[in-house]
Design a protein around this ligand. Sequence first.
Ligand SMILES: NC(=O)c1ccc[n+]([C@@H]2O[C@H](COP(=O)([O-])OP(=O)(O)OC[C@H]3O[C@@H](n4cnc5c(N)ncnc54)[C@H](OP(=O)(O)O)[C@@H]3O)[C@@H](O)[C@H]2O)c1
Length: 400
Amino acid sequence: MKVVVLGGYGHYGRYLARKLAEKNLVTTLVIAGRSFEKAQAQAERLGDKAVALRVDLFGEPKVPDAFRGANLIVNAAGPDHLTAVPGLRLAIAAGADYCDLNLSWRATEQALAMNRDAQGAGITAITGVGAFPGLFSLLAMHGVGRFDRVTALRMGYCMSVQAAFGDPKSGAIAHTSGQEIGAALAAVIHGFSGTARQFIEGRHVDLPAFGPAYTLPLLGGGAIEVHTQGSAEPITLPASIPGIETVTMGAGFSPPQVNALIKRHIDALGPGQEEAVVAAVRKDLAADPERWTAELREDVTKGESVCLEGVKDGRRARCLVEPNWNGEAFAEDASGDVVTGGPLLVASLKLLSGEITAKGVFAPETCFSPGSFFEDLRREVNLFTERDGALVTEAFVFLD
Ligand SMILES: NC(=O)c1ccc[n+]([C@@H]2O[C@H](COP(=O)([O-])OP(=O)(O)OC[C@H]3O[C@@H](n4cnc5c(N)ncnc54)[C@H](OP(=O)(O)O)[C@@H]3O)[C@@H](O)[C@H]2O)c1
C-alpha cells in the first residue's frame, strides 16, 4: 500500500515514517515537505520503499502525481492551524484516506465542516490523533463508559519549560526538528493566543486563551496548574458524551512562575507571532535561568489529567483516568515520540487495514473504541503495561 507522510522529515513525521517503513503492508512511502533535500535525506535513511517529494501546503497545491494511487495521507506537518485544512483538502482531492495530529480548535471545526466533501470523495479522514487530542480523548471516553452519566470533563497537561523551550542552563535544545522553533511549540503558543473555544453549561463559549490558573488533580496525588488553551477536545468531545455540560482544556508550563512570563510575551506580540514569542521567552529565560526554572512550589507538578464528574451507581462522583504507562517505553521517549506518534501510527494502521468503513471526517473518539485502540498501542509501540489486569487505571471518589 502507498502512504504519503506530509511533514515526513519533521519531528513526529520522522518517527511515523520510520515505523511505517517497517511494515510489510506499506510498499511505498512518500516523504513530503517543502524541502526536497530534507525529504530526500529522510527517504534515503528509510530505504527502497521511500521516495522524496517537494510539496508546499501553503501554496494551494494541485494533487502531485506522486499522490496518485495513495491509500493514505498522514499529515504530520505543522503548525496545525496552518497545515491541517490544506492537508485534508489534498487528501479529498487525491481520494486517499487521511489522518493528522491537528490540535487547533479552529482547524478542527473547519475539518469537520468538510465532512460532505470527504464523503463525496469516499474517504475516511480522522483529525487529531496524537496525545492531546487523540490518546487522551480516548482515555476520557474510557472514563465516560464507567459512569451512568457524565456532566463535566476537564482535561489538561503541564510540560516543563525546558522541554518546550530548551534548557537555558545547559543549552540543550528543546526539539529535534532542526527548525528555529518546531511546529509543535508554535501550535501550543498559538493555542494560548487570542480566544480558546470551550464547552461550558451546554454550549460553546469563547474564553480568553491563557486565562487565570486553575488546578487539575492527578491520579497519583498532587495536581497540575493549567490555563485555558485552545484545542480540539472541547470542540469534538461534547458530541460523543450525551448530556455533558462542560468540556474544558487547559495547559501550562512548569515551574508555574514561568507562565506569567510566557503570557506577557504572547499578549504583547499577539496571535501569529509564535516565532517572536519563543525568541522573547528564550531571551528572558537565558537572562535569569534560576528565577524561571527553579521549582519554587511543591503543590503542582508536571503531568496529564483527565478528570470526569457525573453520576455513578446513583451517586455523584469524580473520576481520574490515567494510562498504565510502560516505564521502558517512556525511558526511550524523552521527546514524546511515542505518546504523540504512537496514536497516529495506530490510526494509520487501522485505516490501512480497512478497519474503519465509515466515510467522512471524524474525531478519533467517534471512530475508535478505547479498548481496542489501547491494545493496539501496546502491541505496536509498547506504550502501556497491564496493572491489575488493565491497561488503564480509573480512580473514583464519591462526592456525596
Ligand atoms: N495532537 C497532539 O498531541 C500533538 C502533539 C504534538 C504535536 N502535534 C502537532 O504535530 C505537528 C508536527 O509537530 P512537529 O513537532 O513534528 O513539527 P516539526 O518538527 O516542526 O515538523 C513539521 C513538518 O511540517 C513541514 N511543513 C511545515 N509547513 C509545511 C508546508 N507548508 N508544506 C509542507 N510541509 C510543511 C515541515 O517541513 P518544511 O518546513 O521544510 O516544509 C516539517 O517537516 C504540529 O502541528 C503539532 O501541533 C500534535
